[in-house]
Design a protein around this ligand. Structure first.
Ligand code: SF4
Ligand code: SF4
Length: 195
């Protein structure tokens, strides 16, 4: 794919991310939901399912960092990958801090992945099988219980747009977007995707 076409897709992803952030705020704001002071740090979650376009965008953010910070994140990523493998070898679900988390602050905030933007708040997905509802994290569930009639985020259109951007990037030969089974740390260690 040519540079200008790729940049156009990254700009489209950036616009989609803004829509995701707005959809999140529209639900979390009225609920008073935030991650502040939460003992469960979701930046240690073992999450693997991402997209190539997000991976590319992540590297756009990484490459804009000062060399020293970028090197630090890459070193941490290598350690995180090793720690994750060790946990898996012990038969445990890994809980390894994300390599770009700086004492609770995201070092690639503007370029963070979709799951980082949407996780936590209650949402629905509308498909052929009907409407599936997801309660959000325990803190969100507690707040919703105290606010009957609170809004819920509809992820359906957001997922569809992400899938459409991904298909543009990888080519339309596949029936559905390919899977990226890698953690954020694994993506950093692997380098930018070859798409
Ligand atoms: S990219 Fe940022 S928000 Fe996402 S897991 Fe890492 S530190 Fe947390
Ligand atoms: S999403 Fe929920 S569980 Fe995760 S850090 Fe935020 S408040 Fe805590």
């Amino acid at each position: 794919m040519t540079g200008p076409r790729r940049n156009a897709l990254l700009a489209r992803l950036s616009a989609l991310y803004r829509r995701m952030d707005a959809a999140y705020d529209a639900v979390s704001g009225p609920l008073g939901f935030s991650c502040d002071g939460c003992a469960t740090n979701c930046c240690t979650s073992y999450f693997q399912h991402h997209t190539y376009v997000e991976w590319l965008y992540l590297f756009q953010g990484l490459s804009a960092l000062p060399d020293e910070r970028r090197e630090l994140y890459l070193e941490r990523a290598a350690r995180a990958v090793a720690a994750t493998r060790e946990a898996l070898a012990r038969g445990e679900r890994p809980r390894v801090m994300c390599p770009v988390n700086d004492d609770g602050l995201c070092g690639l905030y503007a370029h963070r992945l979709m799951i980082c933007r949407l996780h936590g708040v209650a949402h629905v997905l509308i498909g052929r099988a009907g409407v599936r509802e997801f309660p959000g994290c325990p803190r969100c569930e507690t707040l919703r219980a105290a606010h009957p009639g609170a809004g819920i985020m509809d992820r359906t259109v957001l997922y569809r747009e992400l899938a459409a951007i991904e298909m543009e990037l990888v080519g339309k030969k596949a029936a559905r977007p390919p899977k990226v089974d890698a953690t954020l740390a694994e993506m950093l260690v692997a380098g930018p995707p070859r798409v």
